[in-house]
Design a protein around this ligand. Structure first.
Ligand SMILES: Cc1cc2nc3c(=O)[nH]c(=O)nc-3n(C[C@H](O)[C@H](O)[C@H](O)COP(=O)(O)OP(=O)(O)OC[C@H]3O[C@@H](n4cnc5c(N)ncnc54)[C@H](O)[C@@H]3O)c2cc1C
Length: 375
């Protein structure tokens, strides 16, 4: 690959010199951050550097749930986090979706306000109406809706699932087309005059008196500011509480007469599925191999793929022969807290990472927060 010192005058001055902001990572956060900063400072030169030929973390690989918190996951979070933390994160996700839909026309990313079911298996604890009442009281302060969560008594019968006793239904969640979202954000960024360069890795940086010196896989550049939006890969550049968390997904071949017109979560959010173009997209199982899945390596494992196939055959489509088409994985960024890390880490250097499993919702809110932090 050509190195910076082999480039033409035009190439250097357009992309590698005089940049007001360099952003590392062209996922949802990198793109929405760049767009929000450009809105605030239209004359600034901004370049996004992405190590892959496509974004190579989570934003083009996710399941496309526009979700902000299922009850079983919220209840689980409340056991280890303060109420404040849990509801602040819920609020950030909810506001994030609103911010996203102000930025991108929901129709252009196939947004479906289809709601979501948090399925409770027959061998799990029954739904506690007091807990539902509590969740509704707290969530109303954010969603303004009397009952964000309702109880669905027989989702198994409604959708043909096996071994499911009941569910929580959230009418405010939905689904999007993940590929279209990133494409729309990409187009918005280009239209705004932001440069996006693929195939360049940021390896190290150092602040100097008058800027940031950035070591790239193709040489060195200087910029006024650096924003790190590399999520699960952030440890490569900063010593902060964020670690990679691989998540695996499979997709079936098209299934005739499939009628799953919603999104579904199970096991405190560890499993999730939905229909896409008459196929079932099913993901999760990271809890089966937490250590093994703490990796930045893309790939799938037989253990988790078998668990996913079992859920498909035993719970989701119990009486049908379903063929898997293919599987993939993506890398999320997680940490001790489910709150994202959004901060200035040193003079001229900012960080927006740790989106966890709900970056579709949080991403745009984090982009906005970063644009407000920048000086
Ligand atoms: C399988 C899967 C399913 C998911 N499902 C959902 C869902 O349904 N709903 C939901 O809300 N969220 C979901 N998520 C989570 C969501 O996708 C993420 O939270 C979100 O995409 C994070 O966006 P980001 O921009 O922070 O990170 P990323 O999209 O990972 O972007 C970071 C980018 O930085 C690049 N990069 C890293 N290091 C460097 C470097 N040194 N130099 C240059 N570039 C670098 C990476 O290649 C990557 O493209 C899912 C995630 C996965 C993996």
């Amino acid at each position: 690959m050509l190195r910076i010192d082999q480039l033409s005058y035009w190439e250097r001055t357009t992309y590698f010199e005089g940049q007001d902001v360099v952003i590392v990572g062209a996922g949802i956060v990198g793109l929405t951050t760049a767009i929000a900063i450009k809105n605030k400072y239209p004359k600034w030169k901004i370049v996004i550097l992405e190590k892959g030929y496509l974004p190579s973390g989570a934003s083009t690989k996710n399941a496309g749930f526009a979700c902000f918190g299922s009850p079983s996951e919220l209840i689980d979070d409340l056991k280890i986090n303060s109420e404040n933390q849990v509801w602040e994160t819920f609020d950030l996700r909810y506001q994030g979706l609103k911010t996203l839909f102000q930025l991108i026309d929901p129709q252009k990313i196939d947004y479906l306000a289809c709601g979501s079911y948090d399925l409770i298996k027959s061998n799990e604890e029954e739904i506690n109406p007091d807990l539902i009442a509590y969740l509704n009281t707290e969530s109303k302060k954010i969603t303004q809706k009397e009952e964000t969560f309702t109880i669905e008594n027989n989702p198994g019968k409604k959708f043909g699932f096996n071994g499911i006793s009941c569910a929580y239904f959230n009418s405010l969640e939905g689904s999007i087309n993940t590929g279209k979202l990133i494409e729309q954000l990409h187009q918005k960024a280009i239209q705004a005059g932001i440069s996006i360069l693929f195939g360049i890795e940021c390896q190290k940086f150092e602040t100097t008196n008058n800027g940031v010196s950035i070591n790239l896989s193709i040489g060195e550049m200087k910029a006024d500011r650096l924003i790190i939006c590399s999520n699960g890969f952030a440890k490569q550049l900063v010593n902060e509480d964020v670690v990679p968390a691989r998540a695996q997904v499979l997709i079936t071949k098209p299934i005739p007469n499939l009628s799953l017109n919603s999104t579904f979560h199970m096991d405190k959010g560890y499993y999730y599925f939905r229909s896409v173009d008459n196929r079932i997209l099913l993901g999760g199982g990271r809890n089966l191999e937490i250590n093994g899945e703490t990796t930045t390596e893309l790939g799938t494992t037989e253990h988790i793929q078998t668990a996913l196939r079992n859920i498909l055959e035993e719970i989701i489509m119990p009486y049908q022969k379903i063929e898997i088409d293919y599987a993939w994985s993506g890398i999320m960024g997680i940490g001790a807290s489910k709150q994202p890390l959004v901060k200035k880490i040193e003079d001229r250097v900012y960080l927006g990472v740790r989106m966890g499993g709900m970056g579709v919702a949080i991403g745009a809110a984090v982009g906005k927060q970063l644009s407000e932090l920048i000086d």
